[in-house]
Design a binder for this molecule. Structure first.
Ligand code: S6P
Ligand code: ZN
Length: 189
């Protein structure tokens, strides 16, 4: 693992499909007003319209949360935008059950998937149409949209994974993805 570097997606596999929709799909969204404390530049944050949608999730969760052996599926759509020099991104989380991995794969747009392990080592992979990303067990994950279009990716995770947002809320990631000279850069905090 390389510390604080942005790598190409590691696998040579490509997948393609589209946004999840249909009966029993649970839709949620995060607006600027729901993301207080997520972005570093609090002044820029205050100046944005609090109703601006940052990202939406459409999830199919056919098992009760916590069920061992089941799988969930979800599509995430992150709108293009920035708060100061930081790209619109998901809150990011560890799974509550650290023993659970997850797959992400890119559908549309350009993103960067940021990982952080328990020792606060941070690294990242480029996300694009057809890219496949394996999120190892015990590793926190967050995605930023670094393009000018919507970024869409799909995810598959275990119904026993759960979400722990607290650690990220309190301590954040050890590096932030910011735009420098028009390019994304992982900056150690
Ligand atoms: C769930 C999976 C995704 C995210 C979604 C939003 O394990 O990783 O469906 O929930 O991308 O991100 P976040 O960090 O707000 O849950
Ligand atoms: Zn997850």
């Amino acid at each position: 693992m390389l510390h604080n570097t942005i790598n190409e997606s590691l696998q040579n596999l490509k997948v393609d499909s589209s946004i999840l929709q249909g009966e029993d799909v649970i839709d949620s969204e995060k607006r600027i007003k729901d993301l207080e404390g997520v972005f570093a530049d609090t002044e820029a944050f205050k100046n944005l319209d609090s109703e601006t949608i940052v990202y939406k999730v459409h999830a199919f969760m056919p098992e009760e949360q916590g069920t061992r052996g089941g799988l969930y599926f979800g599509s995430t759509i992150i709108h293009p935008g920035k708060v100061g020099s930081e790209y619109f991104m998901t809150r990011g989380h560890f799974h509550a059950n650290l023993d659970t991995a997850e797959y992400y794969w890119g559908i549309e747009g350009n993103g960067i998937l940021i990982f952080m392990d328990k020792d606060r080592n941070v690294w990242a992979e480029r996300m694009e149409k057809g890219s496949l990303h394996y999120i190892q067990r015990g590793v926190a994950h967050r995605v930023a949209n670094v393009g000018n279009e919507e970024l869409i990716f799909n995810a598959c995770w275990g119904s026993d994974a759960g979400h722990n947002y607290d650690v990220i809320e309190h301590y954040g990631f050890a590096a932030r993805l910011i735009e420098v000279d028009g390019k994304p850069l992982l900056k150690q905090i």
